[in-house]
Design a protein around this ligand. Structure first.
Ligand code: FPP
Ligand code: MG
Length: 243
């Protein structure tokens, strides 16, 4: 389990080092990003090293099945990122597509952690599938929360670059809700800024109640996913860990 944790942490770290190149982010976890310190080329190579070392360690399980599952999860993460990049500034994108993207780019690794540990523990196929599902729900909830943080979070508290999603054309759940909030002025100005690829200035919006409403609505979706994830735990044997 510790090896699985280390593998997933290295893949996670690799994906964030690459993500910060794509997002041109300066700060993560309160420290300068690799790209801001050493430039994009070295940051891409650093991510590659972390990822390939994770693959080396994964062979220590001596299981082709394990390596195959892991590789397909990483493929899903990358496909999610590609799908996201190909839909930037695209106002015809739907919420269903958003959910599909975040399931791939974020929830895949969560379900690799929960389902992978089930696989290692030789549980029944029913429990293993339920635990994959648990990770999927938690991952989707986490990404929605993270997308809300981009709108309302404080950079110093979060320790990373924020307030860039709308300006970079990334359509997230709170942004979808803001685009359909019912206030024609807000909807039109946001739509226009995204269409023209302009910087979206949240400071002009944040005192309008529709702003908090959109974030709260998205948070409620995340909380419902958490609740569904919690329900899955009842399938597990009753132990102090489940409680
Ligand atoms: C954070 O998203 C990023 C991800 C969830 C995945 C990024 C994956 C890649 C760039 C593919 C490369 C993968 C490997 C294994 C090398 P975000 O930008 O919404 O979150 P943030 O606010 O934390 O930056
Ligand atoms: Mg990012």
């Amino acid at each position: 389990h510790i090896r699985l944790g280390a593998i997933l942490e290295m893949i996670h770290m690799a994906s964030l080092v690459h993500d910060d190149v794509i997002d041109m982010a300066d700060k993560r976890r309160d420290v300068p990003t690799a790209n801001s310190l050493w430039g994009n080329s070295l940051a891409v190579l650093l991510g590659d090293i972390l990822f390939s070392h994770a693959m080396v360690v994964s062979t220590e399980f001596n299981s082709i099945d394990f390596c195959k599952r892991l590789a397909s999860i990483v493929r899903d993460v990358c496909q999610g990122e590609v799908a996201q990049s190909s839909r930037l500034y695209d106002l015809s994108m739907t919420k269903e597509e958003y959910f599909e993207i975040i399931r791939k780019k974020t929830a895949s690794l969560f379900s690799a952690a929960t389902g992978g540990s089930a696989w290692l523990s030789n549980v029944s196929p029913e429990i293993e599938n339920a635990l994959y599902q648990l990770g999927d729900l938690l991952g989707v909830a986490y990404q929605i929360y993270d997308d809300c943080l981009d709108m309302v979070g404080d950079e110093d508290d979060a320790g990373k670059t924020l307030h860039t999603d709308a300006s970079k054309g990334k359509l997230t759940l709170p942004i979808f809700y803001l685009l359909e909030c019912g206030d024609r002025n807000v909807e039109a100005s946001l739509r226009e800024a995204i269409e023209n690829q302009e910087t979206v200035d949240y400071s002009k919006l944040k005192d309008n109640p529709v702003y908090a409403d959109s974030v709260n609505k998205a948070i409620q979706v995340a909380l419902n996913k958490n609740e569904a994830a919690r329900e899955i735990l009842w399938l597990l044997p009753q132990t102090e860990y489940r409680e």
